[in-house]
Design a protein around this ligand. Sequence first.
Ligand SMILES: [Cu+2]
Length: 219
Amino acid sequence: MAKKLIGVAVAIAVVGAVIALYVTDYLLAYPKTFAAAAATPQRTANLTLASVPAAGTITPHPTWVSYFAIDGHGRWHHTTIYTVPANALVHVTIYNFDGASGLRNPFIAQAQGVVGSKFQLNGKPTLAINPDDASHVFAIAQLGVSVPIPGVADNAKNPCSEAPCSLSQDHQTISFTFRTGKRGSYRWQCLVPCAAGFILGFGGPMAAIGYMDGFVRVV
Ligand SMILES: [Cu+2]
């Protein structure tokens, strides 16, 4: 009887030891982390733009609604053709000094194709705006990018009537990041019928490079 008990105890001890070995082996054999090869440093670029109710006398069409590009010294350039690096993250900031025109298609009031799904509206992460508040849209169809831009309130105290404007004047600040891929020339355009005085709001500046249309040249 004693021998039997000892035998059972030994058997239990052996099984326990085997289980312990198995668990230890399992834990120690857990695969190590493998680091992916480092890629070339992530390329980024900053693009600062402004949209205004009137392009001003420095342009061929002073009364037309327009975009401008702003350089690192705060100088305004009347162009809508930008170069950005390929396979990069482009950080865009748009200062909008114009009022709202409203969208006919509310679908476009939602941002698409931007890194993180949302854009920043005056520093607040935003997915969509009220379609009636839309002043302009910055859309690069081929890249699937579209960002709605709300207008300055009608009763703004210190609005800017024509370019160039000052950041001390009433504006909305929109920022977002999009990813570029391969090189190419990609058309961008506004999608709000913002061309006051033209048929359906889509003529004049809405159909002109340098105002509400342009190219993003990925180089
Ligand atoms: Cu527009």
